[in-house]
Design a protein around this ligand. Structure first.
Ligand code: PLP
Length: 394
């Protein structure tokens, strides 16, 4: 007799975090997990240390300190075009990871369906299981990972509770265009369903591609839970700070879930979060410029190694097509790459509910120092020899 729940047996451990462990075993360069290997901004570290010294070390208000909620509301108005009330519409959470599960637990009833675009960030699968939602998948089609509006409409029904929209998108790097978001908005309104957005990469877009928040479109403010966070924008993935913004009745439900899941986000770091959200405009411009350079470095390395890629429009990942080198198994490829070349990446199948369409893809993260990426490039240059070796062995 097994003592573990049926829910826990319906998903596996994270493939991404598993690749990180494998990378450590082989002393590889970790281009698998999306965390920076460069320092967080000095002023944020100072603010966090000051808050601990000033003894902000006990529980904060469950839904986040007022100063941080006010800073989030100001940023939502300024950057996202979404006016919101910090008292009734903002919840500070332990990462977007918690915001997403709290949002789903807040809205999903038995029998409800949620629409997920695939490839998808791997947490959404387990999130559906934990919240009891039935996932329905809509495929983002290469080469640019847009979707077919007819397929989205066909995926929806009166059972659809929410469409999950992640833009800029992990793993593809697609940044949803305003027209695509308008198509999603029209479907939400036709079927009377919600949208839950994951905008964690909102400040990381390239070539002038604007980030558009779904909640800013007509008719969407009242039916959208907008999720974003500090992990990626301020290179503080370990701080576990994020937020959900939604109309008051939805926020009330999200806050209840958040309260009993975690009580609250780390109190001293919330003060540093206020400092983060008040950084000058230059900070965000420089962030995007630095990421564009890293993107170009890794794009060139992958192309030189013989891997065709989709050049990302946003976020900090590149999907490379391994079928061009004759590989048909993404998991085997990633295991060999870390073992034989010392570079860790993520098998594409972990971003699909049916692994098959993902077998040709491998995801590389470029949120790393340029020295790290240059060393990765040197190692990736061994790839053609590795392929040759495989051919000779056959
Ligand atoms: N959402 C997406 C699309 C991500 O790629 C990630 C991290 O890689 C997260 C959420 C997790 O964010 P957080 O650190 O705020 O939990």
């Amino acid at each position: 007799m097994s003592n573990v729940s049926s829910k826990s047996s319906r998903f596996t451990e994270s493939v991404i975090r598993g690749m990180t462990r494998l990378c450590e075993q082989h002393g590889g360069i970790n281009l698998a997990q999306g965390f920076p290997d460069f320092p967080a901004p000095a002023e944020l570290k100072e603010a966090a240390k000051r808050a601990i010294d000033d003894d902000f070390n006990q529980y904060a208000v469950t839904w986040g300190i007022r100063e941080l909620r006010q800073a989030i509301a100001a940023k939502m108005g300024r950057y996202n075009g979404v006016a919101c009330d910090p008292e009734t519409e903002v919840t500070v959470t332990c990462g977007s990871t918690e915001a997403m599960i709290a949002a789903l637990l807040a809205v999903v009833n038995p029998g409800d369906e949620i629409v997920i675009f695939e490839p998808f960030y791997e947490n959404y699968g387990p999130d559906a299981v934990i919240s009891g939602a039935m996932p329905v998948y809509v495929t983002l089609q290469p080469p640019n990972f847009g979707f077919d509006p007819a397929a989205l409409r066909a995926a929806c029904s009166r059972s659809t509770k929410a469409i999950i929209v992640n833009t800029p998108h992990n793993p593809s790097g697609h940044v949803f265009l305003r027209e695509e978001l308008e198509q999603i908005a029209a479907v939400c309104q036709e079927f009377g369903c919600l949208a839950i957005t994951d905008e964690i990469y909102e400040y990381i877009t390239y070539d002038g591609r604007p980030h558009v928040s779904l909640a800013s479109l007509p008719g969407m403010r009242e039916r959208t839970i907008t999720i974003s966070g500090l992990s990626k924008t301020y290179s503080v993935t370990g701080w576990r700070l994020a937020y959900a913004v939604a109309p008051p009745p939805l926020t009330a439900a999200v806050r209840k879930m958040h309260d009993f899941l975690t009580v609250g986000a780390p109190h001293p770091l919330q003060w540093a979060g206020v400092r983060a959200l008040n950084l000058p405009e230059d900070y965000y411009r420089n962030l995007a410029i630095a990421y564009a350079e890293r993107r170009d470095l890794l794009s060139n390395a992958l192309r030189s190694a013989g891997l065709p890629i989709f050049v990302p429009e946003g976020a900090y990942y590149i999907l490379a097509d391994i079928s061009a080198l004759g590989f048909g198994d993404d998991v085997e490829f990633c295991h060999r790459l870390v073992r034989e070349a010392g570079v860790a990446a993520v098998p594409g199948s972990s971003f699909y509910h049916d692994p098959e369409p993902g077998r040709r893809w491998v995801r590389f993260a470029f949120c790393k120092r340029s020295e790290t990426l240059r060393e990765a490039a040197r190692r990736l240059a061994r790839l053609p020899a590795l392929v040759e070796g495989t051919r000779r062995d056959r």
